[in-house]
Design a protein around this ligand. Sequence first.
Ligand code: FES
Length: 105
Amino acid sequence: MNKLHIGHLEDIDEKGSRTFKVQDTEIAVFKLSDGSLHAVENRCPHKGGKLSEGMVCGTAVHCPLHDWKIDLRSGKVHEPDDGCLNTYPTEVDGNSGEIYITIAG
Ligand code: FES
């Protein structure tokens, strides 16, 4: 397990995201309107759309290419479509506001 520092809470706008690369994987960290953070692979399971460019609505992001809706908490694609994204645990330091994610490996 690797715990990586990826920025500060204030670096991400509400309903926005920030992306970064770990080895060959691009990860997007989204901030929902309730302030919670969710890190997912930045690659739609349909045809690879960049989810960081999609619109966040509630707890889901709409893929910018063909509008699949993906729950950012579970990584699951909403029906009638089907698929799943890799998700990564996020942690915020309550004092400093620094954000960390945990990557397996
Ligand atoms: S690539 Fe995301 S819906 Fe098609």
